[in-house]
Design a protein around this ligand. Structure first.
Ligand SMILES: Nc1ncnc2c1ncn2[C@@H]1O[C@H](COP(=O)(O)OP(=O)(O)OP(=O)(O)O)[C@@H](O)[C@H]1O
Ligand SMILES: [Mg+2]
Length: 379
């Protein structure tokens, strides 16, 4: 079968890192090509080269049988390649419809934006994804999962021939993932080619036809999914034979560490649970069920209205994230770009930001050598 899109011998280096070296990828009409590899294998870089966000150092790219060079994302978009990036790229202060049609708003015969048509089109896209809210809503008010669904709606609106999905289900629940898979099947039936990047191997076996494996920026193999087992796929990804993936640990249950009882606060009503030493406690629920809210109350990032929290037998009250940290409770936020990181600051500054007390002298100046040392150790 002739590929819709093909890349060969792609090299791309960043200062100090060879992100891609001789990488290759083919996308076929009506098929879903999985792209897998460990963290840092070069998957997202390949997608950015493919869409013209990065310029390749070497290699060639063919689209619909012709060699192409995209000088920027607008080029690839106009040629018929759509992408859902791994990171959200929406503008929180705009509505869903404004985000979807940003830069290509419908214009009526008076040269004005045709808002009615824009919102109607956007609502139609949301309905296709089984989303029950209006496209008039502000993106900033949506959960991360819903924002991801808006990204998907946006890429659908381009009617692209090739659609790239870089970790689309990271923030989605099972129900939302099912809606996405239904749409992927429709796109396949329309003859579009899809690149599907995911760390969830179950999804690869469920929705993908073929799989391309990258390791350390190199092309390792392209195989039909039907010929592979999960173990053999992981072996190609990591480059060695696998022993037991999740070895069983038969440890006795440790003592009680965290006891949460009758917790209430914004979006949370009467939640109780217990966490034991050495335990990982899963908290499940649909989008909007209040999972993040419970954790934010525990950490002190949201107010507690009622209930008690005890840690190692002593009562803990957290009015602020500082209280949470002081009590040994940390929270890794869901929306890391918005809540977790200061994007304008360096890696070093971000890492030490919540621990500055360890690096401060009495006069408030910073022990820079200590800071650098500690950050270096963590990296
Ligand atoms: N803009 C950049 N500047 C410098 N190095 C980069 C840049 N983007 C990516 N890299 C490096 O290139 C390598 C490949 O990264 P890439 O993000 O493509 O991996 P990935 O396969 O998408 O990983 P993940 O599964 O974690 O998303 C990594 O070593 C990464 O640190
Ligand atoms: Mg990536």
């Amino acid at each position: 079968m002739q590929p819709l899109l093909q890349l060969k011998g792609i090299d791309k280096a960043f200062p100090g890192v060879k992100a891609l070296s001789g990488a290759a990828l083919s996308v076929y009409p009506g098929k879903v090509m999985a792209l897998v590899g460990e963290n840092g294998a070069g998957k997202s870089t390949m997608m950015k080269v493919l869409t013209g966000i990065y310029q390749k150092d070497a290699g060639s790219q063919y689209f619909l049988g012709k060699e192409v060079v995209f000088n920027g994302p607008k080029d690839s978009q106009e040629a018929g390649i759509g992408i859902i990036h791994q990171e959200l790229n929406l503008i929180p202060q705009l509505t869903i419809a404004e985000n979807i049609f940003l830069g290509r708003e419908f214009v009526n015969r008076f040269g004005r934006i045709d808002w009615k048509r824009m919102y109607a089109e956007a609502d139609r896209l949301l309905a296709r994804l089984n989303l029950r809210y209006s496209s008039h809503r502000l993106v900033g008010e949506l959960s991360i999962g819903d924002q991801q669904m808006v990204e998907i709606a946006k890429v659908l609106s381009f009617e692209s021939k090739v659609i790239i999905m870089d970790e689309p289900t990271d923030a989605l629940t099972d129900t939302e993932t099912a809606s996405l898979f239904k749409v992927i099947n429709e796109l396949k039936a329309e003859g579009r080619g899809i690149v599907y990047i995911s760390h969830r191997l179950k999804e690869i076996f469920e929705i993908c036809d073929d799989v391309t494996v990258f390791r350390d920026g190199q092309f390792i193999a392209e195989r039909p999914v039907s010929e592979l087992q999960e173990d053999s796929l992981i072996e190609m990804m990591v480059g060695r034979k696998l022993e037991e993936q999740y070895p069983r640990l038969d440890l006795p249950r440790g003592e009680k560490r965290l006891d949460v009882s009758h917790l209430s606060g914004p979006g949370v009503e009467d939640v109780s649970f217990t966490l034991y030493r050495g335990e990982i406690l899963g908290v499940a629920g649909l989008v909007g069920a209040g999972r993040s809210e419970v954790m934010k109350i525990l950490y002190g990032a949201a107010p507690r209205k009622a209930g008690t929290v005890s840690l190692d037998g002593r009562d803990v009250v957290t009015h602020s994230p500082q209280d949470g940290l002081a009590n040994g409770i940390v929270y890794i936020s869901e929306d890391r770009k918005r809540d977790g990181l200061v994007l304008g600051m360096s890696v070093k500054e971000n890492m030490s930001l919540t621990a500055l007390r360890y690096f401060s002298r009495a006069d408030g100046s910073l022990k820079q050598v200590d800071e650098r040392q500690a950050v270096g150790d963590f990296i």
